[in-house]
Ligand binder design. Structure first.
Ligand code: ADP
Length: 581
């Protein structure tokens, strides 16, 4: 209770009153003391013992009854000297200071004071010693050189002490009243300051509990009034911001709730912060587990620490299987204002159905391709037999078309079977070989074809580029790429094959100065059956599967293939194969 501002203000008021009273009291008492001492000095030297009185005393001293006469003079001037019960005069012997006469008949002896000693030495003893408990004055009455008598006046300061005592008691009373008054004043003044502060405290506590409903009434225009206004403003803004945040949160929660994809947010310690209904349903028994435990149980190599400090915007994914469902789990770290790696969001996409459809599609393609092989061989052999037998030129022409189309279909079926094989069995028959030498041999094989189109086909290989790969498959890739260059370059073109060794990789670049590929088609060029110029492709015996096969094979080896067509002035295909994969 005594720690409150109210008590502090009251204590300050009381201390202030006490100190003011001490200072005033000390000044007052000092002044009274000074006044009394000065008054005594002025009365003695300036009013009582003036030269005329001194002369009268000297004459009285020279008379026959000196003490009686001097007593008479002193009695006459006693009022002027202020003689009363506290102030007495004495007629002393000039040598021994023995009391010869006095206004106070009860005293027969006086203490020899410094002033008396001065008077014994024929000097006026008018020194006022403020620290002494008396005030005195000694006047020597001389005869020639001798000090015969000393007129001595002594004041006991009793009157002064009486006055000072009275004043001191009054000061104490004043102090008491002052203290009561300042306690009251302090109490009421502090209440005017404390009341608005208490209201602010009360409202701040209510705000912390979420109650923003009430405004505080502004009662004054002073600092407290301004503080209250600022507080009201702050509360209003805070309320609006919290409302916005709540609305945003609701929106996000609604989106997450109604989403089919499962979304789980983990904190930086791996605990689940948020999980949407789709995730609860999909994850089943895993739903309550922390990050590391969940993914260890699922059987992935992902740990929270690995995902948490990924670069912002970076995501990576893993194929996982939970409760017999095939899922793609995407991981993305998120930050909050002051903290990087505040948590991780995991989105699970159920791709079971997609995989099933993909598999049946592949199965269908594989079956159809397989089933078409026999009828195609039959059509081809019968067409060739009939062609050998017929002499009619029109019939021969039609039969040639049938033969050509059968060849094209055979190629398509062959390519489709190759893709199916790659889809189903990803086994590679790896050996170590020189990619440059393989490129040379493919170039040589396709040399006749290139010559037929008057192309200048060159293969430049710098040193040996040893790779550990499936030689037949890579040969197929190189054949597809160089064949494309030959097909899609107008006759008399330039085709260069270049093989170089890079750090831990071998690079093969096939460039031509042919028709190039429009920019819009580049992103889709590796799709199955995607062809830029369908007519030309068909005419040149293309199937639209060559690049798809090449990409599939290169990626199976852990390599990369890219196709560029700068300003459509030809095409550059780059293949990078790791030296060991
Ligand atoms: P296709 O059997 O039709 O050649 P590919 O998959 O090998 O099929 O190629 C797909 C398409 O890419 C081709 O139809 C062609 O339009 C384009 N293409 C491939 N290589 C080149 C090239 N070197 N120059 C121009 N276009 C090319």
């Amino acid at each position: 209770m005594f720690k409150s501002i109210q008590w502090k203000i009251i204590a300050i008021f009381l201390l202030l009153t006490v100190s003011v009273m001490i200072v005033v009291g000390t000044f007052l008492l000092q002044n009274i003391s000074s006044y009394y001492h000065n008054d005594f000095a002025v009365t003695m030297s300036g009013q009582a013992f003036v030269p005329s009185v001194e002369r009268l005393l000297s004459e009285a001293a020279a008379s026959e009854q000196p003490v009686e006469k001097m007593s008479e003079v002193m009695t006459i001037y006693s009022v002027r000297m202020g003689i009363d019960s506290f102030r007495n005069y004495y007629i002393l012997d000039g040598e021994t200071a023995a009391v010869l006469g006095a206004s106070d008949i009860n005293t027969s002896k006086v203490t020899v004071t410094p002033n008396i000693i001065l008077a014994m030495n024929a000097l006026r003893g008018d020194t006022v010693d403020r620290s002494a408990s008396y005030m005195d004055f000694a006047l020597p009455i001389t005869e020639g050189e001798d000090v015969r008598y000393i007129i001595y006046v002594i004041d006991t300061k009793e009157e002064m002490y009486d006055v000072m005592r009275n004043i001191f008691v009054n000061i104490l009373w004043a102090l008491l009243f002052g203290l009561i008054l300042s306690a009251f004043l302090g109490f009421f003044l502090s209440r005017t300051i404390i009341a608005p502060i208490s209201t602010l405290q009360f409202r701040a506590e209510a705000m912390a509990e979420g109650d923003f409903g009430h405004k505080i009434e502004v009662r004054s225009r002073d600092e407290l009034g301004r503080l209250t206004m600022a507080f009201n403003e702050m509360a209003a803004r805070l309320n609006a911001t919290l409302r916005d945040i709540a609305a945003e949160k609701n929106k996000v929660e609604t989106v997450l709730r109604s989403q089919n994809d499962a979304v789980v947010a983990f904190s930086s310690s791996g605990e689940i912060m948020h999980i949407n209904p789709a995730a609860e349903k999909l994850l089943g028994e895993y739903a309550g587990l922390p990050f590391d435990a969940m993914f260890a149980k699922i059987g992935t190599d992902i740990t929270l620490s690995r995902v948490l400090y990924l670069k912002e915007d970076a995501t990576f994914w893993r194929d996982v299987e939970i409760n017999k469902r095939n899922l793609k789990a995407f991981f993305a770290p998120f930050n909050i204002e002051t903290m990087t790696g505040a948590g991780v969001v995991v989105v699970f996409q159920d791709i079971t159905e997609h995989l099933r459809l993909d598999n049946s599609r592949r199965e269908f393609v594989a079956n159809v391709s397989h089933e078409l092989r026999t009828p195609l061989t039959t059509i081809k052999s019968y067409t060739e037999t009939i062609m050998d037998m017929t002499t009619d030129s029109a019939q021969t022409e039609f039969l040639k078309v049938i033969d050509n189309e059968a060849d094209r279909m055979t190629r398509i079926v062959k390519d489709l079977l190759t893709l199916s094989q790659l889809d189903y069995s990803q086994k590679l028959n790896k050996t170590s070989f020189d990619l440059g030498a393989l490129a040379q041999s493919v170039t040589k094989k396709l040399g006749i074809d290139a010559k037929n189109h008057r192309h200048n086909l060159q293969c430049i290989c710098e040193g040996e580029s040893l790779v550990f790969a499936d030689k037949d498959r890579i040969e197929q890739v190189i054949t597809n790429i160089i064949s494309n260059a030959i097909k899609y370059t107008p006759d008399g073109g330039e085709i260069n094959v270049k093989c170089t060794q890079k750090i831990a990789a071998a690079q093969l670049v096939v460039s031509d100065n042919g028709m190039g590929i429009p920019e819009v088609d580049l992103p889709r060029i590796f799709e199955r059956f995607y062809r830029v110029d369908k007519a030309r492709s068909r005419e040149s015996g293309g199937t639209g599967l060559g690049l798809a096969i090449a990409k599939e094979i290169v990626e199976l080896h852990g390599g990369k293939i890219k196709i560029e067509s700068p300003k459509r002035k030809g095409t550059i295909v780059t293949i990078v194969l790791p030296l060991f994969s």
